[in-house]
Write a protein that binds this ligand. Structure first.
Ligand SMILES: NC(=O)c1ccc[n+]([C@@H]2O[C@H](COP(=O)([O-])OP(=O)(O)OC[C@H]3O[C@@H](n4cnc5c(N)ncnc54)[C@H](OP(=O)(O)O)[C@@H]3O)[C@@H](O)[C@H]2O)c1
Length: 199
């Protein structure tokens, strides 16, 4: 279920029926607020939530993630590398192909992007001392929480293989604390709107 407007009783009940028949294994929603998950959950069992979530995009921590942890929903975090920003894909002057929707990402706004660049510089030593790439570091940070998985976008087999290796990285408490502080230098300047893009 991709859009909140579809979370009416009929949709969830129908999915529940398919699940009880063994035709689907789980019911997931995406971009739902806590209130929307609760509403959908009153009509059936929701198994997972797919929110945007990364070290630089943490609005889900406010209520959706705690709700999922308390109620046994698996979290499938999308854009776990902030669409490549946390993998170090972009320099100080990012340029995009005309069709690349990432040019509308709010982290590229001029009031935020310099802080993004500074934060990435501070993350590099942490990646280096763990022997991983920035992207792997970002993915390991997302999956540090029980019940949270990362949907890592990959454009090539090499990227996919590199990203998969993040699953074996265990960050120390000290590294996690340092990353938390670095990430907040970006996220403290953001509002509560979970939508990553200016459309
Ligand atoms: N439910 C929703 O509303 C929603 C919204 C957005 C995405 N999603 C899902 O979430 C998935 C992942 O999210 P996402 O693509 O937005 O963001 P992401 O996983 O944070 O970033 C993906 C981008 O990071 C770069 N990248 C990936 N692996 C890399 C590596 N090993 N080294 C260097 N750069 C690397 C690539 O950039 P380049 O392309 O520049 O190489 C790739 O396009 C998508 O595939 C999609 O299925 C869902």
């Amino acid at each position: 279920m991709g859009q909140p407007a579809r979370a009416d009783r009929g949709d969830v009940s129908a999915l529940n029926e398919l699940k009880s028949q063994g035709k689907i294994r789980a019911i997931g929603v995406s971009n739902f607020s806590r209130a929307q998950i609760e509403a959908a959950g009153r009509c059936g069992t929701i198994d997972s939530l797919q929110p945007p979530y990364s070290l630089f995009w943490r609005q889900a921590e406010k209520d959706a993630l705690p709700y999922c942890a308390a109620n046994g929903l698996t979290v499938l975090a999308y854009s776990p590398m902030a669409q490549g920003i946390l993998a170090g894909r972009f320099g100080a002057q990012p340029s995009f192909a005309p069709e690349d929707h990432r040019k509308g990402h709010r982290l590229f706004q001029p009031d935020i992007y310099p802080r993004v660049q500074e934060a990435l510089e501070r993350l590099k030593p942490i990646a280096a001392r763990n022997g991983v790439t920035l992207g792997q570091l970002a993915l390991a940070w997302v999956i540090r929480l029980p019940g949270v998985c990362a949907i890592a976008g990959a454009r090539s087999a090499a990227q996919a293989a590199e990203n998969a290796r993040a699953a074996t990285l265990r960050l120390s408490a000290a590294d996690l604390a340092e990353m938390d502080a670095i990430g907040r230098t970006v996220t403290d300047g953001l509002d509560d709107n979970p939508v990553q893009w200016n459309f």
